[in-house]
Design a protein around this ligand. Sequence first.
Ligand code: PA5
Length: 392
Amino acid sequence: MIEVDGLFSGAGLLKSKLNMKTPCFASYSPNIAEIEKIAKKYSKNKNIVVIGNGGSVNSFDYYISALKTEKNVFIVKTMEPDFLYDIRKKCNKNNTVVIAISKSGNTVGVIESLLYFIDYKNIIIITEKENSALKKIQEAYKFDFIEHPNIGGRYSGFTPSGLLPAAIAGINIRKLWQGAKKAYQKYSNKKPNDAIKIASMLYKLDRKGYSEIFMPIYSSRLMGSDIIITQLIHESVGKKQKGQTLLACFAPESQHHTNQRFFGGKKNMVACFVVVDKNEKNKEKINVPKKLENIKLGNSILKELGKNTYSDALKAEFIGTLKDARRNKIPNIVIHLNKVNEETVGEYLAFWHYAIVYLCILNNVNPFDQPEVDYSKKISLEIRRNHISGEK
Ligand code: PA5
């Protein structure tokens, strides 16, 4: 379950604007049985190499850092030579499954990286049906093919792009999808809900000059959500000179550097804290050995730390920064997840899908395009074609 805390007075603001049709990601249902069937075929492989860029792999990246797997997972988002070399060294071609994902099938980096592993025994291609370069490679080698639905990469976490590698990694994709499905139903509701609430708060704050969002994430398991949420905000909202910049950081570690920027730097940063209320396994108190009890620590002594569980200590770190933000009158939003499991991991991503669409509607920009990312890609392809080595 997710809850968003923060000053909210914007229901009316959205009412007139939310006459939208159901977004493509929410009207799509993955064929879970089919995905599980394909996953089973490859599940004996010890290593999983997933090749893709941006939205094609960032949801899976989030799943794999939040949920457990016994497989060795490598996510390839770069053609950096030594990175590729190291993966090849670690992954025997007979017990590795390589999954190349590209909706368009024409993302050059994906093709280059796939070529590096082209002699591997198990290769799966996820792309649209169209005659793209990737589709032609798939046909030439008769690799297994899974069709990519017409849903843009950053919203494709609950299509085979996100779900197939997750299923091969042993993640329970039924539960993941169950969480997402519930969230899609909940947040599609035009009445005020948490996705509308956060979009509305961010929009209003942006207009007041809060052009940056500081997102301290107080959970190592949720830390991997940073890239996909950053992508969703930047690539969907950052158009027509609009949209905020997201700085997601691992907390409480970030308190030792970025709190200085947050409290002391430009006053254009809203905080969006992410906290998990329940840690399921370790409920232990901090054990302070007797002989250390009287060691001084600030105004305290170590004995007093022993009153707390590790969970209390983490909470104290969060509350400290939250209270300081309130004291400094810095706007703040708190996102609570009650725990981290397959369902909440699915729910949390689906929550952001809707929140971003609402934020785009408020900003009057298209949530699903990205016109400004293409030109540099064209230049890079041209440089390769002419083999302009040493180009600066
Ligand atoms: O979200 C998006 O649309 C992008 O990040 C794409 O996923 C990314 O550019 C990769 O595109 P493709 O899946 O066509 O290779």
